[in-house]
Write a protein of this length. Sequence first.
Length: 242
Amino acid sequence: MTSPRAVAVELAALHLDRADPARSLMEACRTALSRDCSVGLTLAADAALAQRVCLAAVGPLADKGEILQINLGEGPCVQALARHAPVLACDLDDASTIEAWPVFAAQARDHGIRAVFALPAGNPGHAAAQPGLVLCLYRDRPGLLPAADLDTAGSHLRAAELLLLAGPAPHEGDAADAWLMSADAVVHQATGMISQRHALTPGQALALMRAHAHSRHADLTDLAHAIVHRGLHLPPPDPAGL
């Protein structure tokens, strides 16, 4: 019987020389699944996804699912990264799921997403080294995903880890910035600016930005660009809400 690591090594080798290895690997993952799923792969330097790179989004639901979780700071991907354990949301209409992520669940359903399965890299229950990879499967119908499909996704996630290790390694203490694309790093930069202007913690500053973006139906990255490059000033937060 072939070991999980051997399978991952073989998969990584097949995609290493592709023009876009991460996307090629996620396309292969989607094809290999027995159930129709869209597949997203995110590299994050923090559990709130404030510093992140969407490495691949394959299928009609993946782009919106990834963007929603990044903009809102809630959802299965966020929770999986925070807990270092898989999060399997089989039905976004389920009462406990709605209670856990009320805004994400509602908006995801509006975009046709009915179930999300998030798998973080690393051993379950063990705090993996940052930055962290999370693979998300999005479905347009509720229901359990077969164990074989979860195994398939896990194999492709382990292969993605190997592909990441094959690239240039970030310097210690610089892990977040080294892996961020300029379009994504601007969120981190804007968070720092808002934190300084309003004497907030980074978490409070990010929450203020997300609330402002949500109230105006704007994308978090677009708002961050306006703050950093166009001098946008957000209204100060209500102290009672902090």
